[in-house]
Design a protein around this ligand. Structure first.
Ligand SMILES: C[S@@+](CC[C@H](N)C(=O)[O-])C[C@H]1O[C@@H](n2cnc3c(N)ncnc32)[C@H](O)[C@@H]1O
Length: 251
């Protein structure tokens, strides 16, 4: 078992959860209401869709056709199975394997780019710059990004995020970065703590306990890392959260 792949353990943990990052249908809907009404034939691109938590919500909240992309097949297989179960056809939902750094789309293909909990993988400013061209000239983007809610976080939180995601910004620095990347920021919304717990950290804790029972010690480093992230959030209320940035493409 010494050749155990930590990424496979991480995937098993993630696949058991209702969402693959903090968020909620309420937050998705609230971000949507900041946007001007979408045309009935709108095209939405959901980047880093995971198992499709936001894509399936957007299907119900809009009449748009949604293209959902993720790098990993295992998530897309689960999404395909759910789409079949729910009778959703490709007139509403296209599920595609693609790398967010090299998306196979054209200039101006989409009215709206959606991305929850995924832009950090390329960096907030870089992702916004990379994806801008896929929007129509007056298109919009709504993305969530883990963000400092304070200029002076406690040392424990600062040290964790300096190691995990050193470029994590504040709302003000991210708004400025979005403006520099060619967007006007229409609004921001801080995700409340329950959006971290209900569909993400609470079921993750349960799954960690189950995996500790059923696997051996060799997966402990992966589980301990996940446990540490949850404990950090629990011990540092109000210091950081995911924030929705809702934007319009300028020019
Ligand atoms: C934190 S999860 C968020 C998933 C989903 N949006 C949600 O909120 O449940 C980040 C997602 O990005 C995907 N991902 C990682 N690297 C990627 C890449 N280079 N291109 C596309 N997707 C990627 C992961 O597979 C994962 O599903």
């Amino acid at each position: 078992m010494s050749d155990l792949d930590p990424f496979k353990v991480f995937l098993e943990l993630q696949l058991a959860l209702p969402r693959n990052g903090p968020g909620s249908r309420r937050a998705t809907e609230a971000a949507l209401t900041l946007l001007p009404p979408l045309p009935d034939d709108a095209q939405i691109l959901d980047i880093g869709c995971g198992q499709g938590a936001s894509a399936f919500d957007l299907l119900r909240l809009t009449k748009a056709r949604i293209t959902a992309v993720d790098l990993y097949d295992v998530f897309l297989e689960k999404m395909n199975a759910r789409a079949s179960r729910e009778g959703i056809g490709d007139d509403r939902l296209v599920i595609k394997q693609a790398d967010m750094e090299a998306l196979p789309f054209h200039e101006g293909d989409f009215d709206l780019i959606w991305s929850e909990g995924a832009i950090y993988l390329v960096g907030f400013a870089r992702g916004l710059k990379l994806w801008r061209r896929f929007l129509k000239p007056d298109g919009h983007a709504a993305v969530t990004e883990c963000t400092w809610l304070t200029d002076n976080p406690p040392e424990e939180a600062r040290a964790f995020w300096d190691a995990a995601y050193p470029q994590m910004g504040t709302i003000a620095s991210n708004v400025a970065a979005a403006e520099r990347a060619g967007y006007e920021v229409i609004g921001t919304q801080v995700l409340p703590p329950q959006d971290w717990w209900t569909d993400y950290y609470t079921p993750m804790r349960e799954k960690i306990a189950e995996m500790r029972e059923s696997w051996g010690d060799e997966i402990e480093p992966v589980l301990a890392e996940a446990d540490a992230e949850i404990a950090l959030f629990e011990n540092n209320p109000g210091q950081y959260s995911y924030v929705f940035y809702v934007m319009r493409r300028k020019g």
